[in-house]
Design a protein around this ligand. Structure first.
Ligand code: UDP
Length: 141
């Protein structure tokens, strides 16, 4: 299986609850490596650009409020089949349906306040990594 990179966010709800370390532990325990990371407080403009595909949807405004409500951690994760593997570790968008043992099952409050983000395809991963990281901010292992 191919070594891939994916993009991940620890969202404002999880940062507020001091869950950065717990989430990083779970990521590392299942074999993914953090190869780039930083803490940011998104501007409205950054949040709109990142979630442009959802513009016009009913949840867009509340999502913007949520994502700009406090600091987040953004990270690049590397490992075998990292994109699908990390999506599986996160669990479904709605934590009510998230499988036991997933990050959203354990740490999400609701469909909106759902603790983490992960890229859903190779294209998204490339776009999202480039949105937040320059090439020299992602380190080779
Ligand atoms: N979201 C929401 N209400 C919805 C759907 C999504 O508040 O009905 C939020 C939620 O925080 C989600 C984000 O918008 O993580 C992006 O939605 P997407 O469908 O891309 O879900 P994801 O890929 O994060 O599981």
């Amino acid at each position: 299986m191919a070594i891939q990179r994916t993009f991940s966010i620890v969202k404002p709800d999880a940062v507020r609850k001091n869950l950065i370390g717990a989430i990083y532990s779970r990521i590392e325990a299942c074999g993914l490596s953090v190869v780039g990371a930083k803490m940011l407080h998104l501007t409205r403009e950054q949040a709109e650009g990142f979630y442009a595909e959802h513009e016009g949807k009913v949840f867009f405004e509340p999502l913007m409020e949520f994502m700009t409500s406090g600091p987040i951690m953004v990270q690049v994760l590397e490992g075998e089949n990292a994109i699908t593997f990390y999506r599986e570790l996160m669990g479904t968008t709605n934590p009510e349906n998230a499988a036991a043992g997933t990050l959203r099952c354990d740490y999400a409050e609701s469909m909106r306040f759902n603790a983490v983000h992960g890229s859903d395809s190779e294209e998204s991963a490339a776009r999202e990594i480039a949105y937040f990281f320059t090439e020299n901010e992602v380190c080779a292992r």
